[in-house]
Design a protein around this ligand. Structure first.
Ligand SMILES: Nc1ncnc2c1ncn2[C@@H]1O[C@H](COP(=O)(O)OP(=O)(O)OP(=O)(O)O)[C@@H](O)[C@H]1O
Ligand SMILES: [Mg+2]
Length: 498
């Protein structure tokens, strides 16, 4: 058996009101890829943050390379050869790719310790990216990259440190299938060089493919560690949630015949990408939007929501409307659940209750000041309904686990009572149990007569939820399929049709 590089014994951590880790044992072997799974809020991120000195553990011991290890901050851990890629992106958006990768250890000109040598730095970055098969320009500003590409830059940055232990906290949530394959090639290569990895993901198929062993946490407790090849997906799920979860495709549309059209879009053009997109959604319908990353689905939704400029014709409940800004969109009853919750969806420094009612201030006013109690009463219903795991409604959103933050965004738009809801990658980073809760909720909303647009990169999700599937490729809508006629193959054919 291979050497144990890192071992954790009885790690315990409490936050006020939450017992996040309960005497958890965990060990990592040399050159192994060790999956870490569990529901939202199970304690995965907390455990790896304890390893990297981001969060101090309350008690327990960490042994690293045979010695006791107590990093005080992430730099300590990095100096010792342990790096982490976080669940939420953590970059200087105004800096270039190269500047982000080499931040704090910039290349300097020969003979100088402080004159920056941008050219050398760009050159090194370009070599690194090429080596990793990433098609990214070192001089592009990070804010101009897609979320997926930003994630790839984070990965490149971590790899550039020559680590012994690399921790990846849900790195694939925003990646395309091709990017994921590239990442796996990089991971296997690192493993063959003796690098040990902890890999956190809610995509259990990926866990089955890429890991050697899997550790399952539930409610801050260790459920067990098993060899991946001896563990079925069903077993893994039941270890995680303590019950069996089914995933079946929708066989036929559940929209009532003759349901009125809630939203009609004709000849929409936006930015340089979106061209001549036309479609409609009926009340009570879930219209799935499939396509490869970069197909223009999010751009189309942003244009619809008035977040980006566009030209085209839009009718809502038969009335021609002009949407020039998100304020207009909200006025017409459109809610938008963004794919990038940190950037567009949440004010993470505010509480759960405040975020919940943020989109509804218009209705709640004219009272300028809303008492805390009232805020909490309004948000409680949905927070409970979605089972958002939070010790209280005044907890700051930044202290919630990633998946629970996503649920708060959903709560926000539910409270707003929008009649047209756009869900852009609604279950990204959400565990299987909570996913099925969100699916059930979307079905209920559709039943109540709301029109729902769901952008998703997961074909399973598209096939399971949609009444019709719109497919985009390179900014154009290449087809709309009734769910009865939709299949992975037909969707992929339309998604790659030029
Ligand atoms: N800084 C903090 N302050 C208070 N509570 C916290 C803090 N960080 C995490 N928690 C709580 O600790 C618990 C474990 O959270 P953690 O982020 O480790 O979950 P996770 O398993 O990574 O979930 P996800 O899959 O949603 O990312 C959660 O209940 C979370 O709300
Ligand atoms: Mg997490």
């Amino acid at each position: 058996m291979k050497n144990v590089v890192l071992s954790m014994k009885k790690i315990d951590k409490r936050f006020s009101g939450v017992h996040a880790l309960k005497e958890v044992d965990f060990d990592l072997r040399e050159g192994e890829i060790h999956g870490l799974v569990g529901e939202n809020g199970a304690g995965k991120s907390t455990l790896v943050k304890a390893i990297t000195g981001i969060i101090p553990k309350d008690s327990g011991e960490i042994t690293y390379l045979g010695e006791q290890f107590d990093p005080q901050d992430p730099k300590d851990a990095l100096d010792a050869g342990i790096g982490i890629i976080h669940q939420e992106l953590n970059m200087m958006e105004h800096l270039t790719v190269a500047q982000n990768i080499f931040i704090g250890r910039e290349s300097t000109k020969k003979g100088s310790s402080w004159l920056l040598d941008e050219k050398a730095q760009n050159q090194r970055t370009s070599e690194l990216l090429k080596h990793l098969n990433m098609d990214i320009n070192p001089t592009t500003r990070v804010r101009d990259l897609t979320v997926g590409k930003q994630q790839m830059v984070e990965i490149a940055k971590a790899v550039s440190h020559n680590l012994k232990v690399l921790i990846l906290d849900e790195p694939t949530a925003a990646l395309t299938d091709n990017e994921i394959e590239d990442l796996f090639v990089i991971m296997r290569d690192l493993a063959s060089k003796g690098v040990s990895m902890i890999y956190i993901s809610h995509r259990l198929d990926e866990i089955g493919i890429i890991t050697d062993r899997v550790t399952v946490l539930r409610d801050g407790e260790l459920v067990g560690t098993k060899d991946t090849d001896k563990l079925s997906k069903e077993e893994m799920i039941s270890m995680m949630v303590g019950r069996v979860v089914y995933e079946k495709p929708k066989l036929k549309s559940t929209v009532p015949k003759g349901a009125p059209i809630a939203l009609e879009v004709r000849n929409l053009h936006a930015g340089r990408l979106v061209q001549d997109v036309s479609f409609n959604v009926r009340k009570g319908e879930i219209l799935g939007f499939a396509g490869l990353m970069g197909a223009g689905r999010t751009e189309t939704m942003r244009a619809l929501y008035g977040a980006d400029r566009s030209v085209g014709n839009i009718w809502i409940n038969g009335e021609k409307v002009q949407i020039n800004s998100p304020i207009d969109a909200v006025k017409y009853g459109i809610g938008y659940l963004s794919e990038d919750r940190k950037r567009y969806g949440l004010a993470i420094g505010l509480s759960v209750a405040e975020n919940s009612v943020m989109a509804s201030y218009g209705e709640l006013c004219p009272k300028l000041f809303i008492p805390q109690k009232e805020l909490e009463d309004i948000s409680r219903e949905y927070v409970d309904r979605l089972e958002v795991r939070t010790p209280s409604l005044d907890q700051l959103v930044k202290n919630l686990s990633g998946g629970n933050q996503q649920k708060v965004v959903i709560v926000k738009w539910l409270i707003k009572n929008s009649s047209i809801l756009i869900f852009d990658e609604p279950t990204r980073g959400i565990d299987v149990g909570a996913k099925s809760e969100i699916y059930q909720l979307m079905n209920e909303l559709a039943k109540e007569g709301k029109a729902i647009i769901m952008v998703s990169s997961e074909l399973n999700e598209i096939l399971r939820m949609s009444d019709r599937v719109a497919v985009m490729c390179e900014g154009k809508l290449t087809g709309i399929l009734d769910i009865e006629d939709a299949s992975q193959e037909r969707i992929m054919a339309l998604a790659t049709q030029h």
